[in-house]
Write a protein of this length. Sequence first.
Length: 139
Amino acid sequence: MVRWTITRTEGRVPKPVSQQARIEALWSEWAPRMIAGWDIEHGYHEGPFEDSTGEDSEDAIATVSVDWRYIHGSVGWNLLLVAETTDADLLDTVVHEMTHILVNEMRTALLDIDHEERVCTTITRAILAARLAPRPAPQ
Ligand SMILES: [Zn+2]
């Protein structure tokens, strides 16, 4: 079952948009900017799921698995949690997961993901802040 939410309108009639469509719209907008050249598959789940490493996704909205050697990866999505997010928070999640794709290669040198989480959160905030910053005037 997919939860539905009203996030777009065409004319005066609200059009229901699936959670998967919300993700795909943001992903297709941001992937060319952030992860061009990466082959990323998406898995959509109606609740917590077992990720590619066998771990339970628990309360994660999304988890990323990457084989950086071949520039390939996958993102698993918990659509029930996606349905509870605002559009701004979903954008934050999409950009955050893309940063995991970019820095995942570092993970093999780490014992846990805590540092990677902080790096990805910081980079996500920087990217989204830069998006809103005024462009410098041409010289
Ligand atoms: Zn993360």
